[in-house]
Design a protein around this ligand. Structure first.
Ligand code: DLL
Length: 434
């Protein structure tokens, strides 16, 4: 453990620390950010909260509040004290900008060093940072943590997949950091290049930035011959380093000395008990540049009840299956693409490359899953394909209780991603009335 004094802190001490830090951050935003002063006053709450339980009466912060404050209006530190900015990778609307003070960067490096250490990393490791560098938080976030832990850090960034394989092999990379979908592309490319990844030094991956299923994890572990660890975070809260799995691979430990986690019911916005699903809400406890108070992430998860055998005392959140805005409603049933992925990746004969296409027929919405057949399947063998297609459809129906059209497509026909994979393609605007 990198920082046992925090990671394995007795719960009562941890909660004491959280309350103390919460009071400081509430005072900081109230004194420095117009938005919070107005929203606290409107809600009739003061910046000096009496207890963690009392905090549930404080107002939420939304992505739109960050958009409205574009670029710097939610910063709680003067620009003189900001040393870095990043931005969210949002696909729609105005981007949001986040700022870090020197202390923020320092804490972030510690949290990412923790993340790598929890994945089994030590100063003897060689970390290939394949997340994008730039405004995205992935590259520099992992980079600073890797250096803080004392690993050899390869700042290769994303793209040029053949070179990724070459470097991985020649430099003796032991830990790969990228999105899970890109890890699959690296495995696919290595195979084409005749490189057997199981004979390289690679032994672990820290994968995140997009939802992925348990079956996808098993496939990645097998294809790359590694242990695949799930890491979670979001720019508005920090970037990577908010929560990460330990070697138990059973839930992501939230770095609770820096972030207060709440799970709230999506409709009533009231807190739900541990174990129940809801929207994840975070409050930053130590950030100076742009603290956020009760930030609604739109990510759906739950707190896994019980203790982790690893000895960390922090709460564990279950893997994020998807964002509420990615959820598809098929004839009244809520479905996340990652649930479809879990089914697809359990079927021999199809590859883990898929997209969910939303369309329109007349006034009816349609949903079709396109999935590639495995490279060793004969795509011209019609009868076999029909049987496979029926099977995929039946398995989705039995697992998710919805009937969704399935189309098998040729290997490599679904666009590969070097960052976050695009799982849902919405053609409804283009097909109006078709
Ligand atoms: O994706 C930060 C990050 C970088 C996390 C590298 C992990 C590794 P954003 O671009 O702001 O930040 O996107 C944040 O991505 O709200 C989730 O919906 C999703 N996400 C991030 N990690 C995971 C994960 C980075 N492990 C949004 N599982 C979040 C599922 C994830 N979804």
């Amino acid at each position: 453990m990198y920082q046992p004094q925090y990671e394995a802190m007795p719960r009562n001490e941890l909660e004491g620390l959280q309350l103390e830090r919460l009071r400081t951050v509430l005072r900081r935003v109230y004194d420095n950010v117009d938005f919070y002063r107005r929203s606290f006053d409107a809600a009739g709450v003061k910046p000096d909260v009496g207890s963690l339980a009392e905090f549930v009466s404080y107002p939420f912060t939304l992505k739109d509040d960050l958009r409205d404050a574009y670029p710097f209006n939610l910063f709680a530190a003067p620009l003189r004290d900001i040393v870095r900015v990043h931005s969210s990778s949002g696909t729609t609307g105005q981007i949001t900008v986040v700022g870090y003070t020197r202390n923020d960067i320092d804490n972030w490096a510690d949290l990412m060093a923790r993340t790598i250490a929890a994945a089994g990393g030590t100063p003897d490791d060689i970390v290939q940072v394949t997340y994008g560098y730039g405004l995205f938080t992935g590259g520099l976030g992992v980079h600073y943590g890797s250096e803080r832990l004392g690993c050899v850090t390869i700042p290769i960034s994303g793209g040029n997949t053949k070179r990724q394989v070459q470097v991985l092999k020649d430099f003796g990379t032991t830990i790969l950091a990228c999105t899970p979908s890109y890890a699959l592309l690296i495995a696919e490319t290595a195979k084409e290049m005749g490189v057997d990844l199981s004979t390289t030094s690679l032994r672990a991956g820290i994968f995140g930035a997009e939802p992925w299923s348990e079956n996808m994890r098993l496939q990645i572990q097998e294809l790359l011959g590694i242990k695949a660890i799930d890491i979670y975070g979001l720019s508005e809260v920090l970037g990577p380093g908010v929560a990460a799995e330990c070697g138990e691979q059973n839930g992501l430990h939230v770095n609770e000395d820096h972030f207060l986690i709440e799970i709230v019911d999506e409709e009533t916005l009231q807190p739900v008990p541990d174990g129940a699903y809801g929207e994840v809400v975070f409050t930053t406890l130590t950030k100076e540049g742009i603290p956020v108070i009760r930030y609604r992430t739109r990510d759906i998860s739950r707190i896994i009840p019980g203790d982790c055998p690893c000895g960390r005392t922090s709460k564990r959140m279950e893997r994020v299956t998807g964002r509420s805005d990615d959820m598809i409603i098929v004839r009244g049933v809520n479905v996340f693409p990652s649930q479809i992925e879990q089914v697809l990746t359990g079927i021999a004969g199809v590859a883990p490359h898929y997209q969910v296409i939303l369309g329109k027929k007349g006034t009816m919405d349609t949903v079709e899953v396109r999935v590639e057949v495995a490279p060793d399947m004969d795509f011209d063998e019609i009868r076999g394909l029909e049987t496979l297609q029926r099977r995929v459809r039946a398995e989705i129906e039995s697992a998710l209780a919805v009937s969704i059209a399935v189309k098998l497509v040729e290997p490599k026909s679904i666009e590969r991603s070097e960052g976050k994979a695009k799982r849902v393609v919405d053609l409804r605007g283009e097909q109006q009335g078709a």
